[in-house]
Structure formats: C-alpha cells, structure tokens
Design a protein around this ligand. Structure first.
Ligand SMILES: *Cc1c(COP(=O)(O)O)cnc(C)c1O
Length: 425
C-alpha cells in the first residue's frame, strides 16, 4: 500500500502526466494499486518517499545487476559529470565502451551506441532491411522489442498487461511487414518462411523471453532459428536488452552458444543511464551512415556520462565472473521456495537471475500459456509482498531480477515472506 506522500504525489502527477507516470507499468494498474514513489536506493534496497524500505527485485527492470548506487560506478559518473555532460562530438569513452562490449560479445564486430532499447531495435531492423534489401520481419508473440510502430504487434509486457496487444495510432501499413510466430514453436516459423522466406529480412527474438514473464527457450529452439535463417539468407537478431550481460557476461549468445548476426543491448549496457547498443557482423553494420546509406543518428548518442556508467558496470562484471553463478544460485533458492509454498497452483520459470511466478497450473512455454495466468491472484501476491517489504514486478508479465547486491539474508527473508503469503491464498 502506498503511503501518504506517495498518494499525494501520484494524485498531482496524474494531472500532468498520462496516468501519472512516464512508462505505463510504473502506474501499478495491473496489480490494482497506486504506485509507491521512490526517493533513493542503495545495494539491494529501495526506499519510498514515505520512508518505507523494500528489498528490490525490479532493479530498474534489469540495469541494477550490481545493486543500486555501486560506489565505483557512482564515483566514475561524478568525475565524468564534472568534465561536461555532452559534447555532440566523439570521445574516447565511446571507443572504450565499444571495445569492452565487443570483447564480451565477439559477434558484435561493429556496433553503434544509441539511447534506448526501443531506438536500438528500430535501428537494428532498419540495418537488417537495408543490408538484405527485404522488408519483412518475423517476431514472436509475447516478445517485446520496444515501442516502435512496426513492433507493437503481440508485444508482451506493458502492452500485454493493458490487454491492448496492438496500439492505437499505428497505421495498419506500418505493421503489414511484421509476421508473428509462436515462441518455442519452430513449425510456426517454418510455415511463415515457406510462404514469405525470400522477403524476410530478419527474425528477431528475445533469446530468453522476459516480457511475458520469463519463458526460457525450449531445447533446440534457438539453434533451429539459427538454421532456418541461414537457409533463407535471412538475419537472426537477438534482442539481448534484458539478457545481455545478465545470463552470462557474454549474454544469452554465450550462455546458449549461438551466434546471431545482429545483437541489441540496453538496460545493463548503460549501468543505469540511458544507453543502448546495436551491432553485429561487420559487413552488415557497414550499411549504417556515414559509411553506408542506412541513416541513423542521435544528438546524445554515446553520451560521456552514460558511457562512463556502462564502462564501469561492464568492467566490474568482467572482473568478477563469479557473480553469475552466485545470482543464479540465489534465484534458484527463490524458485524452490515459491514452488514449495504455492505447489501446483503456480508455474515458476527461471533463467539465470531472471524469474517469474505464474499463477497458472499450466506449464508456461509461450504467449498462450503465459496469458492463462490468473492476474488477480498475481495482484494479491504482489500486494502481500509489498506490504512485507518486498518490491517485486507490478505485473504478472514482467520478470523478477536478482542482483549481486542481494544478500543471503535478503533471499531468506524473501523466501519466508513468500511462504507467509502463500498461506493466505
Ligand atoms: C526493455 C526492452 C526493450 C526496450 O528498451 P527501452 O530502453 O525501454 O526502450 C527492448 N527489448 C527488450 C527485450 C526489452 O526488455
């Protein structure tokens, strides 16, 4: 329950911003509550304006893999700020970050920095179309790739939560080149390729779907996508905005051992600042301006403060590869606790440090099974967790993020509260 100050801020914000927020999920509508307004965060904890402390499992939707306000990152950012916030000219920081990303993800032979995941995906698709000379894109139901027009089809996440898979304001012509297949179902992919194969520029997927809740790829699914796209001279785009630097230091492509043609990064890549990346095989990226004729630009792209946060975050991850096993282990503990507490009433999916508790008795493997969840039960669960100091995703269809800053104590406390919550169902 939101406190007095949060309620007042929300009421005022509603007058001036749509729904009182700057991104829909923050409004808590999917869990039938008013949002808590955040004042600050440190490590695994987040604090609202009414002075309540929560163990945070949202982690700003992923960037907070090291926990909040990690000193080394903050110090570097402060120093960068003192040298000026933006120049609109090239800097060494951009080069350093690009090299670091390439070292961790060698498939990104050439890359470009942009400002948001939405922008990165939109640009990656433009490059794929420019390179192949084809117009069609194949995406999966329930996968979210940002809010650009052509991709707001069966888009998961916020769109799914609001039950408007398609947005008003998107002309039909903008999505006519978007084909939709079922996640974890290669037959649905093959059928579309048999029909449209020679005009499909690229298949775009989240290697682990995390915007319809967490849905890991079935064994062989990503391999088959790699094979089919190769067969039709189509490109494979991994949207690793969530999985990049989270599943492993080299992302899902390292974790599953599959090399996409193009990769999109965001969230962790900017260490909490607005920064995203697209890149891939050199011959593809060479179509991008000013080298090639695919236009893409950005006033604040490669911003010196954002690149600094990204560099420091990636350096810490690179120097401490043990983090990944640790956060996966912590997540497994939460999974076990949730399964024990709720039994067969829920399906708990985990991939690395990503997790979702679906309130359904079905196995969740795709969009259809994900939406079989009882969102009212999820809302009740969310409310019980929040009341007890656990800040978890305010929607059934968003992931839970576990960070390096979560202590064993945090995890144990959370397991206990999950158990208490389950007793009230
Ligand atoms: C968050 C997200 C995006 C969009 O990134 P923004 O920075 O919010 O524009 C794209 N793809 C995936 C998989 C995401 O999770």
């Amino acid at each position: 329950m939101a406190g007095v100050k949060s309620e007042a801020l929300f009421k005022n914000s509603m007058e001036i911003m749509p729904g009182g927020v700057n991104s829909p999920v923050r409004a808590f509508r999917a869990v039938n509550q008013n949002p808590v307004f955040i004042e600050k965060a440190k490590g695994s904890k987040i604090y609202d304006v009414d002075g309540n402390e929560y163990i945070d499992y949202v982690c700003s939707w992923g960037p907070g893999i090291l926990g909040h306000a990690r000193e080394r990152v903050i110090d570097a950012v402060k120093e960068a700020c003192s040298k000026g916030l933006t120049f609109g000219a090239p800097t060494e920081k951009e080069y350093i970050l690009a090299c670091l990303i390439q070292e961790l993800m060698p498939s990104m032979e050439m890359l470009r920095l942009v400002n948001s995941g939405t922008e990165a995906v939109m640009s990656a698709i433009r490059a794929a179309r420019g390179y192949t000379g084809r117009d069609k894109i194949l995406k999966f139901a329930g996968c979210y790739h940002g809010h650009s027009d052509g991709l707001l089809v069966k888009a998961g996440s916020g769109a799914l939560t609001q039950s408007v898979p398609d947005s008003l304001g998107v002309p039909a012509g903008y999505t006519e080149n978007t084909l939709v297949a079922e996640y974890n179902n290669t037959t649905s992919v093959k059928e579309l390729f048999e029909k449209y194969g020679s005009s499909i520029a690229a298949v775009i997927t989240e290697p682990v779907a995390a915007n319809m809740g967490v849905v890991p790829p079935a064994a062989g699914f990503l391999e088959e996508l790699r094979q089919i796209t190769k067969e039709y001279n189509s490109l494979l785009i991994f949207d690793e905005v969530i999985t990049g630097f989270r599943l492993a230091k080299g992302g899902a492509q390292e974790y599953f051992g599959i090399k996409p043609d193009i990769t999109v990064l965001g969230k962790i890549a900017g260490g909490g600042m607005p920064l995203a990346v697209y890149g891939g095989r050199k011959e593809i990226m060479e179509v991008v301006a000013p080298l090639g004729s695919v236009y893409q630009a950005g006033t604040l792209s490669g911003n010196p403060v954002a690149t600094t946060a990204g560099i420091e975050t990636l350096r810490i991850l690179k120097e401490n590869p043990g983090i990944y096993k640790e956060i996966e282990k912590k997540t497994a503990k939460l999974k076990t606790a949730a399964e024990k507490a709720f039994g067969s009433n829920v399906c708990v999916n985990q991939a690395g440090s990503l997790m979702s508790i679906f309130f359904t008795e079905k196995k969740v493997t795709d969009y259809t099974s994900a939406v079989s969840s009882d969102t009212l039960k999820y809302a009740k669960y969310f409310g019980l967790m929040l009341e007890n100091g656990i800040y978890t995703a305010p929607s059934q269809f968003e992931a839970m993020f576990i960070s390096d800053a979560h202590t064993d104590g945090d995890i144990e406390k959370t397991c206990d509260i999950i158990k208490q919550a389950a007793e009230l169902f």
